[in-house]
Design a protein around this ligand. Structure first.
Ligand SMILES: [Zn+2]
Length: 108
């Protein structure tokens, strides 16, 4: 289990399988990988929630504060250097178990 206040590391963005979806992000926290879905997009941040929020009632939420490139979908937008990770106000730690490998998270 991760400690309650640890801040995960951004690994990569996974494009949506649907034409208009925002896709998901893979984050790593200690030994675990998590797939985090885009809940909403604002002009300054991407607001994310655990992809297991429905299936496991996980309350984990986090915001990616956009640093430089504000054009979602443009080249470089999803580069890790374009984000600062900020736990959101209703930040909760994961109650789900996460994934052991990055491939599991990608395929989830
Ligand atoms: Zn979770």
């Amino acid at each position: 289990m991760s400690t309650e206040n640890s801040i995960p590391i951004y690994i990569e963005h996974i494009p949506s399988r649907r034409a208009k979806g925002y896709g998901a992000y893979i984050l790593k926290d200690g030994a675990r990988y998590d797939k985090i879905a885009v809940k909403s997009l604002s002009s300054a941040s991407v607001n994310l929630a655990c992809s297991k929020r429905h299936t496991h009632k996980c309350r984990f939420r986090i915001n990616l504060k956009i640093v430089n490139n504000f054009n979602f979908g443009s080249v470089g937008f999803h580069d890790p250097s374009n984000f600062m990770i900020k736990p959101s106000k209703d930040f909760g730690s994961h109650s789900c178990e996460g994934y052991l490998t990055i491939d599991e998270a990608r395929l989830a």
